[in-house]
Design a binder for this molecule. Sequence first.
Ligand code: GLP
Length: 260
Amino acid sequence: MEIVIQADADEVGRVAASVIADVVARKPDGALGLATGSSPLKIYSELAARVAAGALDFSRMRGFALDEYVGLPFEHPESYHAVIDRTVTRPLGFDPRLVHVPDGMASDIAAACEAYEQAIVDAGGIDVQILGIGANGHIGFNEPTSSFASRTRIKTLTPKTRADNARFFASPEQVPTHCLTQGLGTIMCARRIVLVAQGEGKAEAVAAAVEGPVSASCPASILQHHEHATIVVDEAAASRLRNRDYYKYTYANKPDWQRY
Ligand code: GLP
């Protein structure tokens, strides 16, 4: 794991965007794994600025969202279909036909999940997966005790996650109780992972994921087993890491050839 500690949320977005930009420049028809939530928004705005400046082109990239609510129509502004379209597909100039989101309205949920896994395989796998982290250590919507071997499937959201996401809805009861999410096994198949976290509220989850035992109680801790995971956090989100100084020293002395 590489831990990159930056002064603030803007710098987190800039550093993480550079990792993504590097992958896209090397493989312009690759596949990018997309996260929703507030954590990656600065990555997307930074990438959109680079696209507007003519430095980057996503028109041939494929996109695969991590997750979707069950039973929320695509037109609902908080469905992840709508969120991905608004925050990623349009601003970054993806071809909408190449952007996939799990189908939370499917009548056959199991078949929809299987089809989603197959679509990722057909695209040649995910080249770089963007992740946020929930306050309870979830990634995607893989709540604590999710199997490390899990693939895309239906999950029940914890009351904590529903409460955390209530800010996006008119009332807490409107947050769906179920979701479809790429599994931890699916996420671990991505060739590269970039997880971003900002703020004190994520400090405990980040410490558990990076320095705690690998345990299904903190789903993000499985990333300790990934061969190329980069965790980019601001000072507040890094505040509970015991080895902060070491991570800063490592990054400050990172050779140029290893930049991304
Ligand atoms: C959400 C999403 C995750 C996200 C996490 C944190 O429920 N399913 O992909 O990383 O919870 O959200 P935020 O970035 O808004 O803190």
